[in-house]
Design a protein around this ligand. Structure first.
Ligand code: ATP
Length: 587
């Protein structure tokens, strides 16, 4: 229960509902317990009526009085049971909501390294299935426990009052029932976890094969994919059947034990009646109802124990993530200004997970209003430089300063607000084009969106779609071409009008003519702002105020286009190669 203590703050938050729920639960049990007592009264009335002790009229009156009480108490008990669920189960839904929000907020705070170390499926599981299991503890488990305790205490008092000896015999099989249900629940849980694993394997497989359907069709591997699916599906079926086998034992065991208890009541009660130890057959009827009333709550003791164990394990997994301290944290609440010169001084950086040293003693600077182009072979560390400016990772050694302030002394929110970043793989949400662009600035007007799209040279494409800017992208909507995606992503960055613009090879999928138009627009937009363009094309770099060439994480060339084309090296080779490609393309 140590891990589940995390929920105490929520129980405290919803204490009012819980207390009301507990009171209602106890009251509901009291009312439901009217039935056996009045059934006994009916039996006594029948006995007295048949022996002539009371007249027919008195018998009828006693009978209808008992029936009225039974109906009335059952109706009140039912209404209270409704409110019992409305309070306690609702609390569990509130806690589920709060806990999901807490986990999601924590996920948002955690740095990229966390996401690399943990699989998406695992992150999803903890916020959905694990929270679901914890909810079973916060709601049903608590409700059934209170229910069982209340019922047990009241029923046992009533039973002992009626006949202590009969009470002892009739409750004897109940602990056995509890233990059996506990064992069954544990086994059911074990097998259903395996079933869940197979279901998620199956859904991952189908999801991947739908997303990769064009590759599957192009390579003609449908039969292979189908047979892989059949293998997975039949394994999943086998696990389901093994689960059903155990589940099938649940109700027969209940019926067997209820039957055994009933027989005990009838046999021992009968003997006691014959021996004159109980005064009426009504007591036997009353006990039979008690035993039946107790069976389900007692069975739930086993069930609840297994729910608590599962919830404890799930909460442990949730706590593991909640306890992680974000690697990148804000160090100041004061507002900082992230415009100005960007200075890298001897910066080295190694990725934690791969141990790849992406940057080695990198030193450069860009003045406010200038454009820097970064070129280099793939894997040379270009994107890493952009990630470090956005403080997605902290450096190992050296320093990065913006506006003469160390990056880690900048207010993180201000810093990221000042950056417009276009990643290498343009990611667009399943939403309208307009909202995808506005994502960069929630308060943007319709005109801002159109302007940004015009500057990114994508406006003309967008208005050709039937729904224009309201066209939905993604699974339910239209798929943009690679170049269109990149340009929407550029529009998203420039709509913010940020102080620092970071473009990570984001013109790779557009033709050189469009590239030139975009660069021209960017040149106008980025007046007074600091711009870094990562590219594999000389055409994107040639107008930059400064160009650096990286190789294996080190700067191997630095200068302007004019200087670098005249020095032997990577830049000149690339320039000549792309020049000859262009001339052969146009000839
Ligand atoms: N998130 C990451 N985790 C671990 N290693 C990484 C990560 N990103 C990049 N690397 C490694 O760091 C090195 C530099 O990668 P980076 O993405 O900065 O290169 P790049 O010059 O931008 O390459 P490209 O031109 O192909 O985009 C590479 O060896 C890469 O494998």
């Amino acid at each position: 229960m140590k891990e589940l203590q995390h929920l105490n703050k929520y129980f405290l938050k919803y204490k009012f509902y819980l207390i009301v729920g507990i009171i209602i639960t106890i009251a509901a049990r009291i009312f439901l317990l009217f039935t056996p007592r009045y059934v006994k009264k009916i039996f006594v009335a029948i006995e007295r009526g048949s022996s002539g002790e009371i007249s027919k009229e008195v018998f009828k009156y006693e009978l209808s009085e008992a029936i009225a009480y039974i109906i009335g108490a059952a109706a009140i008990g039912a209404i209270l049971t409704f409110f019992m669920r409305q309070t306690i189960i609702n609390v569990s839904r509130y806690i589920e909501y709060d806990l999901k929000n807490e986990i999601y907020a924590q996920y948002q705070k955690l740095s990229l390294n966390f996401y690399k170390k943990n699989r998406t499926g695992d992150l999803m599981n903890r916020i959905s299935e694990d929270v679901g299991r914890v909810r079973m503890y916060a709601g049903p488990a608590i409700m059934y426990s209170i229910n069982t305790i209340a019922l047990f205490v009241i029923v046992i008092i009533y039973m002992i009052n009626a006949s202590p000896k009969l009470t002892l015999y009739t409750i004897l099989p109940l602990p056995i029932l509890s233990v059996i249900i506990y064992k069954l629940s544990k086994e059911i849980h074990k097998r259903s976890t395996i079933v869940q694993e197979y279901l998620s394997k199956l859904s991952t497989f189908t999801q991947e094969s739908f997303s990769g359907i064009s590759v599957i069709k192009a390579y003609g591997i449908e039969p292979q994919t189908s047979s892989n699916f059949i293998t997975l599906a039949s394994q999943s079926k086998a696990k389901q059947i093994s689960l059903v086998k155990v589940q099938a034992w649940f109700f027969p065991m209940m019926i067997l034990l209820i039957g055994a208890s009933n027989l005990l009541v009838i046999y021992i009660g009968g003997m006691q009646y014959i021996n004159g130890e109980i005064e009426s057959l009504g007591t036997i009827a009353e006990f039979i109802i008690y035993v039946n009333m107790l069976t389900w709550p007692v069975a739930t003791v086993g069930w609840v124990t297994s729910i608590i164990q599962q919830a404890e394990a799930s909460q442990k997994r949730i706590n593991e993530f909640l306890k992680i301290k974000p690697e990148i944290t804000n160090t100041t609440e004061a507002t900082t200004n992230a415009s100005g010169n960007i200075v890298f001084n001897n910066v080295s950086f190694t990725y934690d997970d791969t141990n790849i040293q992406a940057l080695k003693n990198v030193t450069f600077s860009i003045k406010q209003g200038e454009t820097l182009a970064i070129l280099g072979k793939t894997g040379s560390g270009k994107s890493t430089i952009l990630d470090l400016i956005g403080r997605l990772y902290d450096i190992d050694s050296g320093s990065i300063k913006i506006n003469d302030i160390s990056l880690n002394k900048h207010n993180l929110t201000n810093l990221r607000d000042s950056i417009g970043y276009v990643p290498q793989d343009a990611f667009l949400f399943s939403d309208t084009i307009k909202n995808n662009i506005k994502f960069g600035k929630e308060t943007a007007t319709e005109d801002d969106v159109i302007n940004a799209a015009k500057n990114a040279q994508v406006h003309k494409n967008i208005i050709k779609f039937n729904n224009g800017y309201d066209t939905v992208l993604g699974e339910r909507g239209i798929t943009l071409s690679g170049g269109q995606k990149q340009r929407v992503s550029i529009a998203r960055a420039i709509i913010k009008s940020p102080e620092i613009l970071l473009f990570d090879d984001c013109l790779s999928a557009v033709d050189t003519e469009t590239e030139e138009k975009i660069l021209k627009n960017l040149n106008k937009i980025s007046k007074g702002k600091t711009t870094i363009i990562v590219s594999h094309r000389v055409s994107s770099a040639k107008n930059a105020d400064k160009i650096i060439v990286l190789d294996g994480g080190e700067i191997v060339q630095e200068g302007t286009h004019e200087t670098l084309v005249n020095i032997a090296g990577y830049y000149k080779d690339l320039y000549l190669k792309q020049l000859s490609e262009n001339t052969s393309g146009t000839s």
